[in-house]
Design a protein around this ligand. Sequence first.
Ligand SMILES: [Zn+2]
Length: 310
Amino acid sequence: MHLSLTSALAVFLLSLQAPVSAAEITPADVTEVAPGAFVRHGVHALIDKNNAGGIANIGFVIGSESIAVIDSGGSFLDGARLRAAIKQRSNLPIRYVINTHVHPDHIFGNAAFLQDTPIFIGHRNLPRAMQARGAHYLAANKLLMSAAAFEGTEVIPPSQTVESQSVIDLGERRLVLDAVKTAHTDADLTVLDESTGTLWTGDLLFQKHLPVVDGRLKGWLEVMDKLSALPVTRAVPGHGPVSLPWPEALEPQRAYLTKLAGDLRGLIAEGKTMRHASSIAGQSERDKWLLFEEFNTRNATAGFAELEWE
Ligand SMILES: [Zn+2]
């Protein structure tokens, strides 16, 4: 049997209007970086109409009883694709959705997991950060990405927060969650998958993609020193390859942030203005990073304001 031209057209028009159903979601392409730990690689780009906000490394860890999502992606669609990748691999319940910090590419997939009624977990400062920035992030991202990707995107605050350290058990698999001091942002959370020695750093670690300072330069360097001493085999950075050897993975970022801070201290000592300093500081690192133009001046400006008063 074949459809008449009219009914074929009607089906086509209906398909344009129908919301994307679960069956039509293309599962995210994920890499198993350690047994039962899967990462979707984020593209090195700003959020745009083509990438559905999928610019951060996000993923999930499967225990013997349940699953934890670690960062949900940059839109409802990005989160739904990650969820579809989980469902391809396991029918265990998705009991936790962990957000490593407030940036939209890490939290805007949360709503795709509401149907699983998970516990949403974040740093003790995450509710405040979401409250302060959520509406702005929603408005901005709605303009940046396609309507189909953004539809359904919401700010879902944590239902449980981490004061200092918390442990969750996925069944024979402990995840240790540490709320660190202000570094990349003021709400950074790390997740250590003890059984495989895998540290999910969120955006406390960038590689290739220029690190972005939205917290404190000095705090970030101090946090990196602490993290480097952890008994870890590999890290999953927020932006960069899906898995990196530890602690060597920290070195390019340490070099950049150290150089930026050093340049700024020198320029401040010479009495240069913020505008002048931010056009010079860190420039010698330019060729080592992607998205340098997009973020270095901003980093230098933030760093100047921080270091001016030390
Ligand atoms: Zn971030």
